[in-house]
Design a protein around this ligand. Structure first.
Ligand SMILES: [Zn+2]
Length: 278
């Protein structure tokens, strides 16, 4: 291996391109902003960039929302993407803080999409554990959402989601809160929601675990779409295997922040670094 041209010590291969940690980023925190909110803004901006890297975008539409400390108990605060900006341009600073009713908290140079936040707001309000909500219109997710039988648990990824997927009937573009109670009833305590004829929605305790669940659902839909395009019957999974998978995955889900290794590893692969997201 050749020495670096500038004589600087080479980074170990394992850390090359890795972003400074969120803790390292506190020195760049804007005056008056709480440390926790700054870290959450950076992590959420990185997640938007990762969605773009993965191709999980829909023009300027769709949202990833995250609960942040602040606000009243009955009117908490959330972060959402600025409306009109592609995910590729989301930064920690241009994320918009809104309350539970979708009103901007403080100042923002950008508007938000109130219609887009409607689904997120009712789920955030009803599920104390749903700090993070991700919604996509990917081709595979929408295609499966258009099928009568929905997500079929007969591939490696959808098998992991057996018993965790809920369904909600399409009522048109969700622009009013009247659909909220039916949406909440549809979701129940599950973390994956197939919005029929519409797309996928996933909720979770934080960004990494929600991303991990969305990736599992997305890949499952991609495989289902590919398998269904091929001649011949699909091979079912023995229902006993679902219980086996549940036991196999339990230790992974007991870790602190499951999905963190995946999230950090993919940020590195995509070249997404926190100093570029300020
Ligand atoms: Zn949608």
């Amino acid at each position: 291996m050749n020495a670096p041209m500038n004589g600087a010590a080479a980074l170990p291969a394992s850390s090359a391109g890795r972003s400074p940690s969120l803790a390292d980023m506190q020195g760049l925190r804007p005056a008056g902003m709480a440390a926790e909110e700054w870290a959450l803004r950076l992590e959420l901006a990185a997640c938007y960039r990762l969605f773009d890297y993965l191709g999980w975008t829909e023009m300027i539409y769709n949202h990833i929302t995250l609960r942040v400390p602040g606000g009243a108990a009955d009117n908490p605060h959330y972060l959402i993407n600025p409306f009109g900006l592609h995910y590729a341009f989301v930064t920690a600073s241009n994320l918009v803080k809104i309350d539970a009713r979708g009103a901007v908290v403080g100042h923002s140079d950008f508007p938000v999409n109130p219609a887009g936040f409607t689904i997120h707001s009712v789920i955030h309000a009803a599920r104390a554990d749903a700090h993070c909500i991700m919604h996509t219109h990917t081709t595979a997710g929408m295609a499966v959402a258009c099928k009568q039988e929905g997500m079929r648990h007969d591939n490696f990824y959808t098998a992991m989601l057996h018993g965790q997927v809920a369904y909600h009937e399409f009522e048109g573009i969700t622009t009013h809160l009247g659909e909220g109670p039916r949406l909440i009833a549809s979701l129940g305590q599950r973390n994956v929601l197939v919005l029929r004829n519409h797309g996928l929605l996933v909720c979770g305790e934080d960004i990494p675990v929600t991303l991990q669940t969305m990736w599992t659902a997305q890949r499952g839909c991609e495989i289902q779409m590919a398998a269904d395009s091929m001649a011949g019957a699909n091979h079912p999974i023995d229902p006993k295997v679902f219980g086996v998978i549940l036991e196999q995955r339990r230790p992974m889900q007991m870790q602190s922040r499951p999905g963190q290794v995946l999230f950090d590893g993919m940020l590195q692969r995509a070249g997404i670094r926190y100093p570029d997201l300020v």
